[in-house]
Design a protein around this ligand. Structure first.
Ligand SMILES: N[C@@H](CCC[C@H](N)C(=O)O)C(=O)O
Length: 259
């Protein structure tokens, strides 16, 4: 059988997209998804995303990490599936869709997608790190010169260490640039390596920077290895709400692969 796939990237976080409206994709086949995401033996990607039907919304997003396991929310993948839904003619310039963490509203104009993320109120702030869940779990560390960090090695130690262990977390290393801009490098759980960008990660970083008073702004620019993203939010009492992740989402190529 041949699988028709589409490849997308959002700030260098890359995804295999499959139109699974007929529900024919074998999604319990972890080995197959892992192989499709392999950069030598497959198409190559940080994750695979299925676009499926939804009863009340435009579509449903089902996200798998590159290791083949179904993941928690993927912010850049969420932005890319909006561009994919537009390419398939399912939406025009705005949408509401289902994902693992609930409903997401998004707009798209000229390959720039702005995606509404879940509200965040539970935030653990310690002397050395901040931990929060923006759809996926994120450990955030502020540092001086992140270019020098071995993200794969240091990220893996935190991801597999206490208090996370096997369940794990994503790990973000952050450096402040200006009053409202930060540089971020992320170790992604499920890819088990540094990726060029992580959408739920930069969202977590913007909120962590705000709650620890590293910025007073509520529109934050974030520079990642694969490009630039923006996060905006409102803080109402102890809750971060109306959180939007904005940045480019681009179609790269499409093809057919034997599965
Ligand atoms: N790249 C993603 C994050 C995906 C989730 C993560 N790998 C996990 O399972 O925790 C993003 O853009 O948010």
């Amino acid at each position: 059988m041949k699988l028709h796939f589409y490849k997308y990237q959002g700030a260098g976080n890359d995804f295999i997209m499959v139109d699974n409206r007929n529900l024919s994709f074998p999604k319990i086949n972890t080995h197959l998804i892992n192989k499709l995401c392999d950069r030598r033996f497959g198409i190559g990607a940080d994750g695979l995303i299925l676009l499926e039907p939804s009863k009340n919304e435009d579509f449903t997003m089902v996200y798998f990490n590159a290791d083949g396991n179904e993941g928690s929310m993927c912010g850049n993948g969420g932005r890319c599936i909006v561009a994919f839904a537009k390419q398939l003619g399912i939406i025009t310039d705005r949408t509401t869709f289902n994902a693992v963490d609930g409903l997401h509203y998004a707009t798209i104009a000229n390959e720039i997608v702005s995606l509404k993320m879940i509200d965040v109120s539970e935030i653990k702030v310690t002397d050395s790190y901040v931990f929060l869940n923006t759809g996926s779990p994120h450990h955030v560390l502020f540092s001086k010169n992140i270019a020098k960090i071995n993200v794969k090695e240091s990220g893996a130690k935190i991801r597999y260490g206490a208090p996370y262990f096997e369940v794990g977390t994503n790990v973000n290393f952050v450096e402040k640039i200006t009053a409202n801009s930060f540089k971020v490098r992320t170790y992604e759980r499920g890819v088990e390596d540094e990726t060029l960008a992580c959408g739920t990660g930069v969202t977590a970083v913007a909120i962590a920077a705000h709650i620890t008073n590293k910025t007073n702004e509520n529109s934050i620019k974030v520079e990642v290895l694969g490009g630039d993203l923006e996060v905006s939010f409102e803080k109402v009492k102890n809750k971060y709400t109306n959180i939007f992740l904005k940045g480019p989402s681009q179609f790269v190529f499409e093809g057919k692969i034997a599965i």
